[in-house]
Design a protein around this ligand. Structure first.
Ligand code: G3H
Ligand code: 13P
Ligand code: ZN
Length: 311
């Protein structure tokens, strides 16, 4: 099995009423935790690399680790660039063997956004790589860019047909109330995604795969663990899992999750080190962190995405 694009995954997911998990990866333990879960569940999976992750690990290591995961699991895995912001970055990832890239030009004017997305699409498609674009702006933090709630905007369904036709993108990320990071909704409010926007978008783009960013649910078990063992994360609240399950039954084919993995890893490491103050072997705390990432991803695959058994 080699790296695959998400084209066939999305076609099956759209028709089957489930979604593929797109999990952010930064190191070996995270890749192992995710792919061991996917293997046990026989689930297709997308591993995504942000520009920050690529800078952290350098451009070679993550690609090689993902290739190792394919060899170990025999699963169809798509390697995706998350939030590419320039043509050069997207091109570099295509040249490195990524099978999918996101061009995130949503901060530009509509015409510039279309032009850049189209330019990336032409290069990527010519090399057998698919392209995700984004319309609408999510609140929250991605890399070093912090978008405040006031500057975020829901996707306008009346724009999507023209945008998809003129850019030729292969999937579209939309803003329906999710946001990046661990602080998505105000404490005491009732989180509610805008299913009316999702339904109107998919009515205008029948059969077209939709992507949700910012879809961590912020498990309170790990927030409490972090708070109990020296951290401080008051008011960390995520997207309700039942709403993500509902979205994956509709046109949403890719659901992005990063913060939940970070919480699982950090909570586990904090607890372990607090309980074993004399321990200094990284394998002793990274091992349990990897195991908890695996259990979390299995939970997502079975209870949120519905893609178990679909590899
Ligand atoms: O949407 C952003 C992802 O969570 C990646 O985060 O840019 O800090 O690697 P990062
Ligand atoms: P979370 O911060 O909700 O995990 O979102 C991750 C994401 O959208 C990566 O692109
Ligand atoms: Zn994102």
């Amino acid at each position: 099995m080699a790296l695959v694009t998400s084209r066939e995954m999305f076609e099956k997911a759209y028709n089957g009423g489930y979604a593929i998990g797109a999990f952010n990866v930064n190191n070996m333990e995270i890749i192992q935790g995710i792919t061991e879960a996917a293997k046990e569940c026989q689930a297709p999976v997308i591993l995504q690399v942000s520009s920050g992750a690529r800078k952290y690990a350098n451009r070679t290591y993550l690609v090689k680790l993902v290739e190792a995961a394919i060899e170990e699991t025999g699963l169809p895995i798509c390697l995706h660039l998350d939030h590419g912001d320039t043509f050069e970055l997207c091109k570099s990832c295509v040249d490195d063997g990524f099978t999918s890239v996101m061009i995130d030009a949503s901060s530009k004017s509509f015409e510039d956004h279309i032009a850049l997305t189209r330019q990336v699409g032409e290069y990527a498609n010519d090399h057998g790589v698919v392209v995700e674009a984004e319309l609408g702006t999510l609140a929250g933090v991605e890399d070093d860019v912090n978008v405040s709630a006031e500057d975020s905007s829901y996707t306008r369904p009346e724009d999507v047909q023209e945008f998809v036709e003129r850019t030729g993108c292969d999937s579209l990320a939309i803003a329906i109330g999710t946001s990046h990071g661990a602080y998505k909704f105000k404490p005491g409010t009732k989180p509610q995604l805008r299913f009316d926007i999702l339904e109107e978008v998919s009515r205008r783009l029948p059969g077209f795969p939709i992507v949700l960013h910012g879809s961590s649910s912020v498990p309170q078990e790990y927030v409490q663990m972090i708070n109990e063992y020296g951290g401080s994360m008051p008011g960390a609240i995520g997207v309700p899992e039942d709403q993500l399950r509902e979205a994956s039954r509709l046109a949403v084919c890719k659901i992005n999750i990063d913060s939940d993995l970070r919480l699982a890893m950090t909570g586990t490491v904090r607890k372990f080190l607090a309980e074993h103050p004399g321990e200094f072997d990284p394998r002793k705390y990274l091992g349990p962190a990897r195991e908890n990432i695996k259990q979390l991803v299995k939970h997502k695959i079975i209870n949120v995405l519905g893609c178990d058994g679909k590899a």
